[in-house]
Design a protein around this ligand. Structure first.
Ligand SMILES: NC(=O)C1=CN([C@@H]2O[C@H](COP(=O)(O)OP(=O)(O)OC[C@H]3O[C@@H](n4cnc5c(N)ncnc54)[C@H](OP(=O)(O)O)[C@@H]3O)[C@@H](O)[C@H]2O)C=CC1
Ligand SMILES: O=C(O)C1=N[C@H](C(=O)O)C[C@H](O)C1
Length: 238
């Protein structure tokens, strides 16, 4: 498969290695220093573009991919206030877009576990819930996209919770998310339910970026040739 990379930072470089290892070709690399590459014939020849850039630049990259007729797989976080526009373009204009706040298979198993635990906890109001996420010091957004997805999984299932908040709970109906930025940590997410008598925690700890990158390449393989707005639930069967 011919892959274009948009963003050649920590994820872009890891994805390149994994894609080459799976027999794919990298036909174009667009980074902050060569934005014009996105208009090149090499870019347009790609079966799919894999986009990992920044919260501020991702949406414009998606528009450029759509204009070039290249399907997009993206994991960039911190831009989801505009996801409705992308969904509409997929539905009404036949564009192709695959998004995941976290491409790791392990994290997606953790998402399912989180929802299962939240369903149980809906019946046990003695337990309050909080979350913690730890990432490297270069991360631009907080809370992480993964933490927001986890919070949404709790909100769908625990009736006594109404929204997530960063750091402090203002009301009993809030789920507080504590965001820590430390060293070069690839990503840790922990959910804790606490009662007066005990604590129950579930935790995912990424050992490296390899799991995120492999998931993104597998998603690219899944996306090529398809139409519409796609996500991990379309690709994985639990
Ligand atoms: N969904 C998932 O599974 C995962 C998501 N992420 C998310 O992916 C994003 C990227 O992460 P990561 O690779 O670690 O970040 P990096 O900062 O290492 O890489 C981002 C790269 O994009 C470049 N860039 C900035 N603007 C543009 C632009 N307009 N066009 C092309 N390239 C651009 C940056 O250049 P420069 O540095 O010069 O600005 C940098 O090389 C983040 O939002 C992160 O949260 C990360 C891991 C997993
Ligand atoms: O910025 C990162 O590094 C990561 N970002 C994603 C997020 O915000 O959830 C996924 C992963 O945790 C690593």
């Amino acid at each position: 498969m011919k892959i274009a990379l948009i963003g050649y930072g920590k994820m872009g470089k890891t994805i390149e290695q994994i894609a080459l290892g799976r027999g794919h070709q990298i036909v174009s690399i667009v980074d902050i220093n060569n934005p014009e590459e996105i208009h090149s014939d090499n870019f347009k020849s790609a079966d799919v573009a894999i986009e990992f850039t920044t919260p501020a630049t991702a949406f414009n990259n998606y528009m450029q991919c759509f204009a070039a007729g290249v399907p997009v797989v993206s994991g960039t976080t911190g831009w989801l206030d505009r996801v409705g526009e992308i969904k509409e373009m997929c539905e009404k204009e036949g564009k192709t877009f695959f998004y995941a706040s976290n491409f790791s298979i392990g994290v997606n198993i953790f998402f399912a576990l989180n929802k299962y635990l939240a369903k149980i906890m809906n019946n046990f109001p003695a337990y309050d819930v909080k979350m913690m996420e730890t990432h490297h010091i270069h991360k631009l957004d907080a809370p992480s996209g993964t933490a927001i997805t986890l919070a949404e999984g709790i909100l769908e299932n625990v009736d006594r919770k109404e929204r997530w908040t960063l750091e402090t709970a203002e009301k009993a109906t809030d789920i507080p998310i504590h965001a820590i930025r430390e060293g070069e940590v690839p990503g840790i997410h922990e959910i804790t339910y606490e009662s007066d008598v005990d604590t129950i925690s579930i935790k995912h700890d990424a050992k490296s970026r390899a799991g995120f990158a492999l998931g993104a390449v597998v998603a690219a393989e899944f996306t090529a040739g398809k139409k519409g707005f796609l996500g991990m639930d379309d690709m994985l069967k639990f």
